[in-house]
Design a protein around this ligand. Structure first.
Ligand code: SF4
Length: 316
């Protein structure tokens, strides 16, 4: 049963029904938007703190206390996922947080969604290695394209990042996936795809996710890749593999007011359509729409029409 105190949590969000990870409780370890990159497609908005410095951006003890409280309610979860509005490996206490989950709640699996830019640091690799699944991004393998898509901190070098990912894959004992976010016109050319393919082969992985714009991105000119183009790219990448993580079923029975708080907390981190929210939270559209309309009227959230529908988000 999901705790009814979720609206008090600052670092946990969801649980949401994730396409890849099933029922996933999110942990946000860094303040919005602290990252090593400033990706043109980022659905959390522009990076306001572009840094390579690892630090205890939010108190590790408070995160652990929140997890202890939430997980003591024995919620049904498929994964506890380190993600949110920034790069989780920037938090110096991530290893401690994963170790806490493993020792106190060994029945839960952890997933790390990372941009992989800090994996050349052996300490980051050691911290990340404690997670049960790691999904690292690699949108470009050539310096020019990397700069255009990911707009990195000036101290980052794509070759060093690829070396770091390869070192991690060699040491890591669990499932490791690479995610490529396709930005039409930037990394979907044969030249860029060949260079990504070569690097992915060098790194090695259990599979590759192809992703594209699904929600409003940071830059309005970023467009989604078509299904046909994604299919062609998958064919081009050929033998680097395809990922499938089966989602679980939604937990039900939570008081609706608490669920509304969780919805706000989720769309603070990433825009969602009403359909996304219905699927994630198991609400009926007739319960959700009045809440969205009321929140719009009160100025708590905003909306924007895109190809996939109307997206709602709350300002951080
Ligand atoms: S998409 Fe991820 S890596 Fe890129 S800027 Fe956003 S949070 Fe950082």
């Amino acid at each position: 049963m999901i705790s009814n105190k979720i609206n008090h949590y600052r670092y946990l969000f969801g649980p949401v029904h994730s396409r890849r990870l099933g029922i996933s409780l999110g942990i946000d370890l860094v303040p919005h938007k602290t990252c090593t990159l400033n990706c043109v497609y980022c659905e959390c908005g522009k990076t306001t703190r572009l840094t390579l410095e690892r630090d205890e951006y939010v108190p590790t003890e408070e995160i652990i206390n929140e997890l202890d409280l939430f997980l003591s309610g024995a919620p049904k979860l498929d994964f506890i996922t380190f993600s949110g509005a920034g790069e989780p490996t920037l938090h110096s206490g991530i290893g401690e947080v994963i170790d806490f989950i493993k020792s106190r709640f060994p029945e839960y699996r952890t997933a790390l969604l990372t941009n992989g830019t800090l994996f050349s640091d052996p300490q980051v690799r050691t911290h990340a290695a404690a997670a049960d699944v790691v999904i690292a991004s690699l949108d470009a393998a050539a310096a020019g394209c990397f700069k255009r898509i990911n707009r990195p901190h000036p101290g980052l070098n794509i070759d060093t990042i690829i070396d770091g990912l390869a070192a991690f894959q060699k040491e890591y004992k669990h499932r490791f996936f690479i995610e490529i976010f396709i930005v039409p016109g930037l990394n979907d050319t044969t030249k860029e795809l060949n260079s990504i393919k070569t690097s992915i082969k060098r790194i090695g992985s259990d599979g590759v996710h192809l992703n594209t714009l699904d929600r409003p991105g940071t830059e309005h000119w970023v467009q989604p890749a078509t299904r046909d183009s994604l299919r062609q790219i998958a064919g081009h990448l050929g033998d680097v593999g395809v990922i499938r993580l089966e989602p679980g079923a939604l937990e039900r029975g939570e008081p609706v007011e608490d669920m509304y708080q969780r919805i706000l907390s989720t769309i603070k981190r990433r825009p969602c359509t009403a359909r996304d929210l219905v699927n994630m939270f198991g609400l009926h559209q007739t319960q959700l729409q009045p809440f969205l309309d009321k929140s719009l009227k009160e100025g708590k959230i905003e909306k924007k029409e895109m190809e996939r529908g109307v997206f709602y988000w709350a300002r951080a």
